[in-house]
Design a protein around this ligand. Structure first.
Ligand code: ZN
Length: 103
């Protein structure tokens, strides 16, 4: 099971599960920061354009994207079991859209 933290020094950020490729923990904006409002819809599922697999993230990560779209440099694909770039030139779109994750 993977979790989230708003502590940049959380040791889980550097731990990767060798079976799933998931980090033990993912960095998110704090509850207080996320409570200040979103500039994008809160979307939880994205598609890796390279392999076509949809991955659903936890709500705290989805809200972090909605609050600050450029927060992450990459995200996890459940099909590839690895992380790949997001952003304008990244490899992911929000499920059912052609909008790039992280843009
Ligand atoms: Zn993939």
């Amino acid at each position: 099971m993977t979790g989230t933290t708003d502590d940049r020094n959380d040791p889980g950020l550097g731990q990767v599960d060798s079976d799933t490729g998931l980090q033990a923990s993912y960095l998110v904006l704090s509850d207080e920061e996320r409570a200040q409002g979103f500039v994008r819809p809160v979307r939880r599922t994205y598609v890796h354009q390279t392999c076509g697999t949809a991955t659903t993230m936890s709500l705290a990560i989805a809200e972090t994207y909605a609050r600050q779209p450029g927060f992450y440099g990459g995200t996890y694909c459940a099909g590839c079991r690895d992380h790949f770039p997001v952003g304008e030139h990244g490899q992911f779109v929000w499920d059912g859209t052609d909008q790039k994750v992280g843009s």
